[in-house]
Design a protein around this ligand. Structure first.
Ligand SMILES: NC(=O)C1=CN([C@@H]2O[C@H](COP(=O)(O)OP(=O)(O)OC[C@H]3O[C@@H](n4cnc5c(N)ncnc54)[C@H](OP(=O)(O)O)[C@@H]3O)[C@@H](O)[C@H]2O)C=CC1
Ligand SMILES: O=CC(=O)O
Length: 321
Protein backbone atom coordinates (compact mmCIF):
# COMPACT_ATOMS: atom_id res chain seq x y z
CA UNK A 1 0.00 0.00 0.00
CA UNK A 2 1.33 3.42 -0.90
CA UNK A 3 1.26 6.23 1.67
CA UNK A 4 2.15 9.88 1.09
CA UNK A 5 3.65 11.71 4.08
CA UNK A 6 3.43 15.39 3.19
CA UNK A 7 4.88 17.02 6.37
CA UNK A 8 8.17 16.79 8.23
CA UNK A 9 8.22 13.58 10.27
CA UNK A 10 10.76 12.06 12.70
CA UNK A 11 12.85 9.40 10.98
CA UNK A 12 11.96 6.63 13.47
CA UNK A 13 8.26 7.17 12.71
CA UNK A 14 8.91 7.07 8.97
CA UNK A 15 10.75 3.78 9.56
CA UNK A 16 7.80 2.35 11.51
CA UNK A 17 5.54 3.23 8.58
CA UNK A 18 7.95 1.53 6.15
CA UNK A 19 7.42 -1.77 8.01
CA UNK A 20 3.93 -1.87 6.48
CA UNK A 21 3.74 0.57 3.60
CA UNK A 22 5.56 2.03 0.65
CA UNK A 23 6.29 5.60 1.75
CA UNK A 24 6.59 8.68 -0.43
CA UNK A 25 7.84 11.51 1.80
CA UNK A 26 7.27 15.03 0.45
CA UNK A 27 8.01 17.29 3.44
CA UNK A 28 7.74 20.57 1.53
CA UNK A 29 4.24 20.24 0.16
CA UNK A 30 2.17 23.44 -0.13
CA UNK A 31 -0.77 22.41 -2.31
CA UNK A 32 -2.07 19.08 -3.47
CA UNK A 33 -0.58 19.71 -6.90
CA UNK A 34 2.82 18.91 -5.30
CA UNK A 35 1.42 15.42 -4.67
CA UNK A 36 -0.21 14.83 -8.06
CA UNK A 37 2.26 12.26 -9.43
CA UNK A 38 1.67 10.04 -6.37
CA UNK A 39 -1.96 10.68 -5.49
CA UNK A 40 -3.45 8.21 -7.96
CA UNK A 41 -1.95 5.21 -6.20
CA UNK A 42 -1.98 6.52 -2.63
CA UNK A 43 -4.13 4.70 -0.07
CA UNK A 44 -3.02 6.87 2.85
CA UNK A 45 -2.25 10.55 3.28
CA UNK A 46 -0.47 11.78 6.42
CA UNK A 47 0.49 15.33 7.35
CA UNK A 48 -0.84 18.64 8.61
CA UNK A 49 -2.67 21.58 7.13
CA UNK A 50 -3.28 20.49 3.53
CA UNK A 51 -6.76 21.31 2.25
CA UNK A 52 -8.39 17.97 1.43
CA UNK A 53 -11.59 18.40 -0.56
CA UNK A 54 -13.02 17.10 -3.82
CA UNK A 55 -10.29 18.98 -5.75
CA UNK A 56 -7.68 16.65 -4.23
CA UNK A 57 -9.92 13.62 -3.83
CA UNK A 58 -10.80 13.50 -7.53
CA UNK A 59 -7.09 12.71 -8.13
CA UNK A 60 -6.93 10.06 -5.39
CA UNK A 61 -9.27 7.21 -6.37
CA UNK A 62 -7.60 4.67 -4.05
CA UNK A 63 -7.43 6.80 -0.89
CA UNK A 64 -8.71 5.07 2.28
CA UNK A 65 -7.51 7.34 5.07
CA UNK A 66 -6.44 10.94 5.67
CA UNK A 67 -4.48 11.24 8.91
CA UNK A 68 -4.17 14.84 10.09
CA UNK A 69 -1.29 15.77 12.43
CA UNK A 70 -3.42 18.33 14.29
CA UNK A 71 -6.51 18.29 16.44
CA UNK A 72 -8.27 20.95 14.36
CA UNK A 73 -9.57 19.50 11.10
CA UNK A 74 -11.13 22.50 9.38
CA UNK A 75 -8.76 21.72 6.46
CA UNK A 76 -10.69 18.51 5.79
CA UNK A 77 -14.01 18.33 3.96
CA UNK A 78 -15.46 15.69 6.27
CA UNK A 79 -18.83 15.24 4.48
CA UNK A 80 -17.00 14.69 1.17
CA UNK A 81 -14.53 12.22 2.72
CA UNK A 82 -17.39 10.36 4.38
CA UNK A 83 -19.41 10.25 1.16
CA UNK A 84 -16.41 8.61 -0.51
CA UNK A 85 -15.89 6.15 2.38
CA UNK A 86 -12.51 7.65 3.33
CA UNK A 87 -11.51 7.72 7.00
CA UNK A 88 -10.39 11.02 8.54
CA UNK A 89 -8.39 11.17 11.78
CA UNK A 90 -6.87 13.88 14.00
CA UNK A 91 -4.67 14.09 17.13
CA UNK A 92 -6.79 15.10 20.13
CA UNK A 93 -5.59 15.01 23.74
CA UNK A 94 -1.82 14.74 23.32
CA UNK A 95 -1.40 18.50 22.78
CA UNK A 96 -3.80 19.85 25.40
CA UNK A 97 -1.31 20.82 28.13
CA UNK A 98 1.24 22.29 25.73
CA UNK A 99 -1.37 24.36 23.92
CA UNK A 100 -2.85 25.55 27.22
CA UNK A 101 0.65 26.62 28.33
CA UNK A 102 1.05 28.67 25.14
CA UNK A 103 -2.32 30.34 25.42
CA UNK A 104 -1.90 31.08 29.11
CA UNK A 105 1.61 32.41 28.46
CA UNK A 106 0.22 34.70 25.77
CA UNK A 107 -2.39 35.99 28.19
CA UNK A 108 0.30 36.80 30.76
CA UNK A 109 2.54 38.35 28.12
CA UNK A 110 -0.25 40.64 26.87
CA UNK A 111 -1.37 41.68 30.36
CA UNK A 112 2.15 42.27 31.70
CA UNK A 113 3.48 43.60 28.37
CA UNK A 114 6.38 41.11 28.19
CA UNK A 115 7.08 41.35 24.46
CA UNK A 116 6.81 45.13 24.38
CA UNK A 117 9.05 45.57 27.43
CA UNK A 118 11.52 43.00 26.14
CA UNK A 119 12.03 45.29 23.14
CA UNK A 120 12.23 48.28 25.51
CA UNK A 121 15.19 46.69 27.33
CA UNK A 122 16.95 45.31 24.24
CA UNK A 123 16.68 48.61 22.37
CA UNK A 124 18.39 50.47 25.23
CA UNK A 125 15.33 52.51 26.21
CA UNK A 126 15.51 51.40 29.90
CA UNK A 127 17.18 54.48 31.38
CA UNK A 128 15.47 54.79 34.77
CA UNK A 129 13.36 52.70 37.18
CA UNK A 130 10.08 51.82 35.49
CA UNK A 131 7.13 54.11 36.06
CA UNK A 132 3.41 53.82 35.47
CA UNK A 133 4.14 54.07 31.76
CA UNK A 134 5.46 50.51 31.90
CA UNK A 135 2.90 49.01 34.30
CA UNK A 136 0.65 46.20 33.15
CA UNK A 137 -2.49 44.67 34.62
CA UNK A 138 -2.87 41.72 37.01
CA UNK A 139 -4.01 38.33 35.78
CA UNK A 140 -4.47 36.58 39.13
CA UNK A 141 -7.87 36.91 40.83
CA UNK A 142 -9.43 38.30 37.64
CA UNK A 143 -12.31 36.84 35.60
CA UNK A 144 -11.38 34.63 32.65
CA UNK A 145 -14.02 33.89 30.01
CA UNK A 146 -13.32 30.80 27.90
CA UNK A 147 -15.31 30.41 24.68
CA UNK A 148 -14.91 26.75 23.76
CA UNK A 149 -14.46 24.86 27.04
CA UNK A 150 -13.33 21.55 25.54
CA UNK A 151 -10.12 19.58 26.02
CA UNK A 152 -7.75 22.56 25.69
CA UNK A 153 -10.16 25.07 27.22
CA UNK A 154 -10.34 22.74 30.27
CA UNK A 155 -6.56 22.76 30.65
CA UNK A 156 -6.54 26.58 30.45
CA UNK A 157 -9.23 26.64 33.15
CA UNK A 158 -7.15 24.28 35.30
CA UNK A 159 -4.17 26.66 35.17
CA UNK A 160 -6.39 29.68 35.84
CA UNK A 161 -8.17 28.06 38.80
CA UNK A 162 -5.32 26.33 40.62
CA UNK A 163 -2.45 28.62 39.63
CA UNK A 164 -3.99 32.07 39.42
CA UNK A 165 -7.12 32.01 41.62
CA UNK A 166 -9.18 33.23 38.69
CA UNK A 167 -12.93 33.30 38.47
CA UNK A 168 -13.88 31.31 35.35
CA UNK A 169 -16.82 31.83 33.00
CA UNK A 170 -17.30 29.72 29.90
CA UNK A 171 -19.51 29.43 26.86
CA UNK A 172 -20.16 26.32 24.75
CA UNK A 173 -23.24 24.99 23.01
CA UNK A 174 -23.48 22.46 25.86
CA UNK A 175 -22.45 22.39 29.52
CA UNK A 176 -19.05 21.00 30.56
CA UNK A 177 -19.70 19.52 33.99
CA UNK A 178 -16.06 18.54 34.52
CA UNK A 179 -14.97 22.17 34.15
CA UNK A 180 -17.75 23.26 36.49
CA UNK A 181 -17.00 20.65 39.16
CA UNK A 182 -13.18 20.66 39.03
CA UNK A 183 -12.36 24.28 38.20
CA UNK A 184 -15.44 26.10 39.49
CA UNK A 185 -16.30 27.33 35.99
CA UNK A 186 -19.68 28.98 35.48
CA UNK A 187 -21.64 28.49 32.28
CA UNK A 188 -23.06 31.61 30.65
CA UNK A 189 -24.29 33.05 27.37
CA UNK A 190 -21.75 34.57 25.00
CA UNK A 191 -22.81 38.19 25.60
CA UNK A 192 -22.72 37.84 29.37
CA UNK A 193 -19.25 36.26 29.18
CA UNK A 194 -17.98 39.11 27.01
CA UNK A 195 -19.40 41.77 29.32
CA UNK A 196 -18.06 40.25 32.55
CA UNK A 197 -14.62 38.90 31.60
CA UNK A 198 -11.29 40.62 32.14
CA UNK A 199 -9.67 38.05 29.83
CA UNK A 200 -11.52 36.51 26.90
CA UNK A 201 -9.99 33.37 25.46
CA UNK A 202 -11.29 31.86 22.22
CA UNK A 203 -10.72 28.10 21.89
CA UNK A 204 -13.49 26.74 19.62
CA UNK A 205 -12.84 24.74 16.45
CA UNK A 206 -13.37 26.60 13.16
CA UNK A 207 -16.76 25.59 11.77
CA UNK A 208 -19.39 27.43 9.69
CA UNK A 209 -20.99 28.39 13.04
CA UNK A 210 -17.81 29.82 14.58
CA UNK A 211 -16.48 31.69 11.52
CA UNK A 212 -16.21 35.37 12.65
CA UNK A 213 -17.85 34.43 15.96
CA UNK A 214 -16.02 37.42 17.45
CA UNK A 215 -16.50 40.65 15.50
CA UNK A 216 -17.40 44.32 15.90
CA UNK A 217 -20.45 43.71 18.10
CA UNK A 218 -18.59 41.29 20.38
CA UNK A 219 -15.59 43.61 20.87
CA UNK A 220 -17.97 46.42 21.82
CA UNK A 221 -19.47 44.19 24.50
CA UNK A 222 -16.07 43.56 26.10
CA UNK A 223 -14.63 45.72 28.89
CA UNK A 224 -12.30 48.54 27.84
CA UNK A 225 -9.69 46.83 30.02
CA UNK A 226 -10.24 43.41 28.45
CA UNK A 227 -7.42 41.29 27.03
CA UNK A 228 -8.56 39.13 24.11
CA UNK A 229 -6.64 35.97 23.24
CA UNK A 230 -7.22 33.82 20.17
CA UNK A 231 -5.82 30.26 20.22
CA UNK A 232 -8.36 28.64 17.92
CA UNK A 233 -8.14 29.56 14.23
CA UNK A 234 -7.71 32.99 12.63
CA UNK A 235 -11.07 32.85 10.87
CA UNK A 236 -13.05 32.61 14.12
CA UNK A 237 -12.30 36.32 14.56
CA UNK A 238 -13.14 39.19 12.22
CA UNK A 239 -9.56 40.49 12.18
CA UNK A 240 -10.51 43.87 10.67
CA UNK A 241 -12.91 44.38 13.59
CA UNK A 242 -10.17 43.38 16.06
CA UNK A 243 -7.80 45.93 14.51
CA UNK A 244 -10.48 48.64 14.82
CA UNK A 245 -11.20 47.64 18.44
CA UNK A 246 -7.50 47.95 19.32
CA UNK A 247 -7.09 51.25 17.42
CA UNK A 248 -10.15 52.75 19.13
CA UNK A 249 -9.12 51.31 22.53
CA UNK A 250 -12.41 49.40 22.75
CA UNK A 251 -10.25 46.70 24.39
CA UNK A 252 -6.88 46.91 26.18
CA UNK A 253 -4.72 44.31 24.46
CA UNK A 254 -4.70 41.08 22.45
CA UNK A 255 -2.73 37.88 22.08
CA UNK A 256 -2.85 36.10 18.74
CA UNK A 257 -1.42 32.67 17.99
CA UNK A 258 -3.53 32.37 14.82
CA UNK A 259 -4.38 34.75 11.98
CA UNK A 260 -6.86 34.95 9.12
CA UNK A 261 -3.89 34.67 6.76
CA UNK A 262 -0.97 32.41 7.78
CA UNK A 263 1.89 33.13 7.59
CA UNK A 264 0.69 36.60 8.49
CA UNK A 265 1.29 39.38 5.96
CA UNK A 266 4.08 41.80 7.03
CA UNK A 267 1.58 44.63 6.33
CA UNK A 268 -0.91 43.39 8.92
CA UNK A 269 -1.53 46.38 11.27
CA UNK A 270 -1.55 44.01 14.27
CA UNK A 271 2.20 43.62 13.85
CA UNK A 272 2.73 47.31 14.51
CA UNK A 273 0.73 47.43 17.72
CA UNK A 274 2.69 47.37 20.98
CA UNK A 275 -0.30 45.97 22.88
CA UNK A 276 -0.63 42.88 20.68
CA UNK A 277 1.39 39.73 21.32
CA UNK A 278 1.84 37.82 18.07
CA UNK A 279 2.96 34.21 17.77
CA UNK A 280 3.39 32.08 14.62
CA UNK A 281 0.74 29.42 15.40
CA UNK A 282 2.90 27.60 17.97
CA UNK A 283 0.19 26.34 20.34
CA UNK A 284 1.46 22.75 20.26
CA UNK A 285 4.97 23.43 18.98
CA UNK A 286 7.33 21.72 21.42
CA UNK A 287 9.61 18.81 20.51
CA UNK A 288 7.78 16.44 22.85
CA UNK A 289 4.26 17.34 21.82
CA UNK A 290 4.89 17.50 18.08
CA UNK A 291 6.45 14.03 18.38
CA UNK A 292 3.43 12.72 20.31
CA UNK A 293 1.10 14.16 17.66
CA UNK A 294 3.06 12.59 14.81
CA UNK A 295 3.12 9.26 16.65
CA UNK A 296 -0.63 9.30 17.16
CA UNK A 297 -1.16 10.24 13.51
CA UNK A 298 1.04 7.30 12.46
CA UNK A 299 -0.96 4.97 14.73
CA UNK A 300 -4.23 6.27 13.28
CA UNK A 301 -3.05 5.71 9.73
CA UNK A 302 -1.50 2.30 10.38
CA UNK A 303 -4.56 0.94 12.18
CA UNK A 304 -6.91 2.35 9.55
CA UNK A 305 -5.03 0.80 6.64
CA UNK A 306 -4.59 -2.53 8.44
CA UNK A 307 -8.35 -2.84 8.95
CA UNK A 308 -8.66 -1.73 12.59
CA UNK A 309 -10.56 1.27 13.89
CA UNK A 310 -8.11 4.21 14.29
CA UNK A 311 -8.14 5.61 17.85
CA UNK A 312 -9.04 9.15 16.71
CA UNK A 313 -11.42 8.48 13.84
CA UNK A 314 -13.50 11.60 13.11
CA UNK A 315 -16.10 10.16 10.74
CA UNK A 316 -16.95 7.12 12.85
CA UNK A 317 -19.94 6.29 10.66
CA UNK A 318 -17.47 4.85 8.15
CA UNK A 319 -16.89 1.90 10.46
CA UNK A 320 -20.62 1.23 10.61
CA UNK A 321 -21.12 1.17 6.83
N1 LIG B 1 -3.20 27.50 18.33
C1 LIG B 1 -2.87 26.22 18.17
O1 LIG B 1 -1.72 25.87 17.88
C2 LIG B 1 -3.90 25.18 18.39
C3 LIG B 1 -5.21 25.44 18.07
N2 LIG B 1 -6.16 24.48 18.28
C4 LIG B 1 -7.56 24.81 17.97
O2 LIG B 1 -8.32 24.59 19.13
C5 LIG B 1 -9.52 23.94 18.77
C6 LIG B 1 -10.11 23.23 19.97
O3 LIG B 1 -9.40 22.06 20.28
P1 LIG B 1 -9.93 21.07 21.43
O4 LIG B 1 -10.01 21.76 22.74
O5 LIG B 1 -9.12 19.84 21.33
O6 LIG B 1 -11.40 20.79 20.90
P2 LIG B 1 -12.67 20.33 21.71
O7 LIG B 1 -13.61 19.77 20.70
O8 LIG B 1 -12.29 19.47 22.86
O9 LIG B 1 -13.26 21.68 22.29
C7 LIG B 1 -13.89 22.62 21.52
C8 LIG B 1 -14.96 23.31 22.34
O10 LIG B 1 -15.59 24.30 21.54
C9 LIG B 1 -17.01 24.27 21.80
N3 LIG B 1 -17.72 24.74 20.61
C10 LIG B 1 -17.79 24.15 19.40
N4 LIG B 1 -18.58 24.87 18.59
C11 LIG B 1 -19.03 25.93 19.31
C12 LIG B 1 -19.89 27.02 19.04
N5 LIG B 1 -20.49 27.15 17.86
N6 LIG B 1 -20.11 27.91 20.02
C13 LIG B 1 -19.55 27.77 21.24
N7 LIG B 1 -18.72 26.75 21.56
C14 LIG B 1 -18.47 25.84 20.60
C15 LIG B 1 -17.30 22.81 22.11
O11 LIG B 1 -18.41 22.66 22.98
P3 LIG B 1 -19.89 22.38 22.42
O12 LIG B 1 -19.76 21.25 21.44
O13 LIG B 1 -20.68 22.06 23.62
O14 LIG B 1 -20.31 23.65 21.78
C16 LIG B 1 -16.03 22.36 22.83
O15 LIG B 1 -16.16 22.53 24.20
C17 LIG B 1 -9.10 23.06 17.61
O16 LIG B 1 -10.21 22.70 16.79
C18 LIG B 1 -8.11 23.92 16.87
O17 LIG B 1 -8.77 24.71 15.92
C19 LIG B 1 -5.83 23.28 18.79
C20 LIG B 1 -4.55 22.97 19.10
C21 LIG B 1 -3.46 23.89 18.92
O1 LIG C 1 -3.52 24.17 15.42
C1 LIG C 1 -3.18 23.08 15.74
C2 LIG C 1 -4.04 21.95 15.87
O2 LIG C 1 -3.56 20.89 16.33
O3 LIG C 1 -5.23 22.06 15.54
Amino acid sequence: MKVIVYSAMPEDLIESLREHFEIKHIPDCHTYTDLLPDLKEAEGLLGSGLRVDSGLLDHAPNLKIVSNISVGYDNLDIPELTKRGIMATNTPGVLDDTTADTIFGMMLAAARRFTELDRFVKEGRWKAPVSQAEYGIDVHHKTLGIIGMGRIGGKIAKRAHFGFDMNILYHNRSRNMEAENRYGATYCGLDELLQKSDFVCLMTPLTPETRHLIGEREFRLMKKTAVFVNGSRGQTVDEAALIRALERKTIYAAGMDVFEQEPVSPDNPLLKMENVVTLPHIGSATHETRYAMAKLAVENLTKGLLGQCPPSLINREIFQI
